[in-house]
Design a protein around this ligand. Structure first.
Ligand code: HEM
Ligand code: SF4
Ligand code: SF4
Length: 527
């Protein structure tokens, strides 16, 4: 059932995201920055909250007036801060819910990702609690409605000696001490939220926490503009002697209150807890998927730490050497967090195809596609290329990943196709190997859509290795004109087709020394 929902929604999501690529570009696309935007909105809420607190009066009689003062007299500063505080909180709900939905639809919530998904669920509760507790502090009629509703909800649990809703029974029953407790909750809940947001990222290596500068600035300016054009306002002051009748609810936070009025507290708790439990345990629902984890080949591992640095899921740790060889450390894989993406294979300095077959072993291997199998696969694909023909299309080896566009359809006499779990699995020496040893004129690397690598860091590490920014580097001698990268979503095979045609045309028009079958340099000697 979940799988059906997921696959049904994948196409529309990819298309919707694609629409944002045009105005924003791949890296600024807000749909691919939902986690970072949630963080960014949190910071706006925190900073604007500090300013609002400076003007706020912590008393039942003074709270509403102090907020009115901000909105009316101090509209140009404190008023803007108040509005920013509210709108950034709303924006955070929106980006968080979209972020969660996107992780589900793109199937990034199961397997080793269970921890990040599971810790996302309490985030929702604390986010909700933080927002609701903020609305109490305005102490207007909306606050009255929401506070009484919330207290009745809590009272249903029967954990408080005396019903806390009694604090709202009559005019004058709400004291400043209880009001201060509400203020304390509005400070404590967001701080705890931040703590869980930190836990949420513990199993993610190098998480992207901040959105790109331009996107952040644009979002901030948009919220400031909204605050100026449509400032946040209050309802009339709360009056416990009357029942508010006409209220403008903030649907981002208050959607459950009308439901609560209809269903009652028992049903509400059952629904909220039931849905939360279901969502939290979704990673363990069938179909379960468990890849065989990477295995360290200790006699090849020199403890260089590169795989440890590059693993996107923190599955590798460096431990003291256990085999007496003259190195201080060795890599150890925690199978619980390994997705078998192969990025560690691509980063290992031992992963070079320039070796005799019996020595072809990396320091770390993924069971389904060892270094030896990968070279065999590459050799077999290259062997299928038609012999170089000056009149024909230059031969290209096209690599693609399991999560990007389908590349098999491009296989023909001039295109040899090799599929790998993630483009980041390919050590740069493979490109050198192909271009210096085979008749192929070029190598094209394709993978998931730009900025959206399924294994998080595959595209980033590949580009950095090509650009000489990250070990293992692509050797200087390899002509960059014979290599091309192209990132495309599963629904964009046409992009690959067009990219291939352009690449082959460019290769055909290139100077003779970088054309088909011309090694850039002498081939490296087999080790
Ligand atoms: C305050 C709210 C949240 C913030 C700020 C937040 C932030 C983030 C960030 C920064 C990442 C790392 C992205 C990356 O670098 O690859 C991430 C990943 C993730 N988040 Fe959240 N998140 C929030 C809420 C949630 C919720 C409610 C869920 C689901 C219940 C969730 C599920 C996930 C999952 C499954 C990943 C892993 C993605 C992957 O491994 O590719 N998050 N989140
Ligand atoms: S296969 Fe991927 S997840 Fe597993 S250890 Fe290697 S880099 Fe980490
Ligand atoms: S990258 Fe290779 S050699 Fe370096 S620590 Fe990891 S397995 Fe060992």
């Amino acid at each position: 059932m979940l799988k059906v929902i997921q696959t049904t929604l994948q196409g529309p999501l990819l298309r919707a995201e694609g629409l944002f690529d045009h105005p924003f570009g791949a890296h600024w696309n807000p749909m691919r920055q939902l986690g970072t935007l949630s963080f960014f909105f949190y910071w706006i809420v925190a900073v604007s909250g500090i300013f609002v607190y400076v003007f706020f009066e912590t008393s039942v009689t003074g709270a509403h007036g102090s907020i009115e003062y901000m909105t009316v007299q101090q509209w140009y500063f404190a008023g803007v801060m108040r509005s920013l505080h509210r709108y950034a909180s709303d924006a955070m709900v929106m980006t968080t819910v979209l972020h969660m939905s996107r992780e589900f639809i793109t199937d990034r919530y199961r397997g080793v990702r269970w921890f990040t998904w599971f810790t996302g669920v309490p985030i929702l509760w604390f986010l909700y609690g933080s927002g609701i507790s903020g609305y109490w502090l305005v102490w207007d009629q909306l606050a009255q409605y929401v506070a009484i509703g919330s207290m009745e909800w809590l009272d249903w649990l029967g954990i408080f000696g005396e019903p806390i809703a009694n604090n709202f029974l009559t005019r004058g029953s709400l004291g400043d001490r209880f009001f201060s407790l509400l203020v304390f909750m509005h400070i404590f809940l967001p701080l705890f939220l931040l703590f869980i947001m930190w836990i949420h990222l513990l199993k993610i290596n190098r998480p992207r926490i901040n959105p790109p500068g331009g996107l952040a600035l644009g979002s901030l300016l948009m919220l400031i503009a909204l605050s100026l054009v449509y400032p946040a306002t209050s309802h009339p002051p709360a009056d416990l002697g009357t029942v508010p009748t006409v209220l403008g609810l903030d649907w981002f936070y208050m959607i459950l209150y009308p439901v609560f009025d209809t269903w009652g507290a028992g049903m509400m708790w059952a629904a909220a807890l039931g849905v939360s439990m279901f969502v939290a345990f979704m990673p363990w629902l069938p179909p379960l998927r468990r890849a065989k984890p990477a295995e360290v080949q200790l006699d090849k591992c020199n403890g260089c730490t590169r795989c440890f640095e590059d693993c996107p899921f923190g599955a590798i740790s460096m431990k003291p050497r256990s085999d007496g060889r003259p190195y201080t450390q060795e890599a150890v894989v925690d199978p619980r967090y390994c997705t078998s993406c192969g990025l560690c294979v691509g980063s290992c300095p031992v992963s070079t195809p320039f070796r005799k077959t019996d020595q072809l072993l990396s320091g770390i291997e993924i069971p389904g596609l060892t270094l030896r199998l990968l070279r065999e696969k590459v050799d077999a694909a290259v062997a299928g290329l038609a012999p170089p023909d000056p009149a024909g299309k230059p031969g290209v080896v096209l690599f693609g990943c399991d999560h990007g566009a389908d590349i098999e359809q491009f296989q023909d006499g001039s295109v040899a196709v090799v599929r790998i779990p993630c483009v980041g699995m390919l050590a740069p020496s493979f490109i050198d190997y192909i271009l210096s040893r085979s008749g192929a004129a070029g190598v094209m690397l394709s993978g998931c859509r730009d900025g959206d690598c399924y294994h998080r860091l595959g595209i980033r590490w590949t580009e950095d290795r090509m650009d000489g920014l990250r070990d293992p580097y692509l050797r200087e001698r390899v002509p960059r004109a014979r290599i091309r990268t192209l990132w495309a979503a599963p629904n964009e095979p046409g992009k690959i087709g067009r990219g291939l045609a352009t690449f082959q045309a460019d290769l055909a028009a290139a100077p003779a020394d970088i054309q088909a079958g011309e090694p850039a340099d002498k081939p490296a000697p087999a080790a």
